[in-house]
Design a protein around this ligand. Structure first.
Ligand SMILES: [Zn+2]
Length: 380
């Protein structure tokens, strides 16, 4: 049977799980233009949505996390009232559902949205209202991850941890630490992580993106992270020879053995300079060595991408088969900060049937899909 490239339409329809997407990095350009006009904000360089999308992308694709983050000045400035936040959360759900995403966790730093008087609780309530309406209209389950910031004080992180725990059973899935890694170790925010752990909450930490394995090690062994955002530079703890992994360091083995999920983001890692190009990205090694790796967009606006686009990159760049794409979705739902039985329901009602249908579609075209995952593999 010939193996042909999977087309964009099929990739879009495949059920996907998105665990790492920043709300303020994924606003529609057209919405930003409307919000700017409503509040007389004159900071945007154009009122043409296509041009604005390209402008954000060009600003982000400069190989530096600090430069990448510049675009957020504008999105954050325009997301300062409950109405705007509810709107972008609703549109987030609409866009992801149209992209084939069946479960998503969206993250943002509530602190950034309080400049004009909205309180932290008001910020969360507005976003959750938008996601709830999105769920009703587009059949996508979405939950929120609260981001604290490495560059802010430990006291502020603790306040955000308290905020997170008070919303844990009301749509908030977990707690994250984001921002520039170098010079801002996660262990500076230990009290916040302890607050989350004492409340039986879930933790993910951006690590191994702008800094090496030390950052991942601290996130796991000091701060108790359940997942790692990016984890790209864990490759520095493994030896690769002629395209094959020949040795894993102890940290890499820990991540593999303990099934620590890695929220990998291909395009974004190239744009921020975490890797020089897609060819050098360790993602296919992690996947094929059995790590619990997932694929994500990070910032759809800044990186000019979608989940379908990231699936296409993985398929074209690393030759991922349909079964390997299914593995990413299964890893994603198994890694989700959500109730076990809900995850099982989404897996069996949404994900598995989607890949069965895709396999049948490929068979009709005489194309090989790769071996199907066994039942045990799906629950692993
Ligand atoms: Zn991120």
């Amino acid at each position: 049977m010939p193996t042909g490239p999977l087309d964009l339409d099929l990739l879009r329809r495949l059920p996907k799980v998105s665990l790492h997407d920043h709300l303020d990095g994924s606003v529609r350009p057209a919405t930003l233009i409307e919000l700017a006009s409503q509040c007389n904000y004159d900071g945007l360089p154009t009122t043409d949505a296509d041009e604005l999308g390209t402008w954000f992308f060009r600003g982000a694709d400069r190989g530096s996390l600090a430069l990448y983050l510049e675009g957020f000045t504008h999105t954050i400035a325009l997301l300062q009232d409950a109405e705007a936040l509810e709107r972008v959360a609703y549109e987030y759900a609409e866009d992801l559902a149209a992209d084939g995403v069946v479960y998503s966790e969206v993250r943002f730093a509530p602190l950034f949205h309080t400049r004009e008087g909205l309180g932290l609780d008001g910020v969360l309530a507005a976003v959750l209202r938008g996601l709830k309406r999105g769920k009703e209209d587009f059949r996508i389950e979405s939950r929120v991850i609260v981001c604290a910031l490495r560059s802010e004080s430990a006291e502020i992180s603790s306040r955000l941890a308290d905020l997170t725990t008070s919303w844990l059973d009301r749509g908030v899935a977990g707690f994250d630490l984001a921002g520039e890694e170098a010079g801002h170790p996660p262990k500076d925010h230990l009290d916040a992580f302890h607050t989350i752990k004492r409340a039986n909450g879930s933790i993910t930490i951006h690590a191994g993106e702008g800094f090496g394995p030390e950052s991942i090690w601290q996130a796991l062994q000091y701060c108790g992270a359940h997942r790692i955002g990016h984890g790209t530079r864990l490759m520095e703890d493994m030896a690769i020879w002629e395209g094959k992994v020949i040795r894993l360091g102890r940290l890499a083995r820990f991540v593999l053995d303990h099934r620590v999920p890695l929220e990998m983001c291909l395009s974004s890692n190239v744009h921020t300079g975490a890797v020089p190009d897609l060819t050098s990205h360790p993602f296919p090694h992690f996947l094929r060595e059995g790590f619990r790796v997932t694929i994500n967009t990070d910032n759809r606006l800044m990186s000019g991408t979608t989940m379908t686009q990231e699936y296409l990159l993985a398929h074209q760049e690393y030759g991922l088969s349909l079964s390997e794409l299914e593995r990413l979705a299964v890893n994603g739902i198994n890694a989700a900060f959500h109730d076990y039985w809900e995850r099982r329901r989404i897996l069996h009602e949404r994900i598995v049937p989607g890949y069965v249908a895709a396999r049948e579609e490929l068979a009709e075209l005489g194309m090989e899909a790769g071996p199907s995952l066994s039942h045990g593999d799906k629950e692993a």
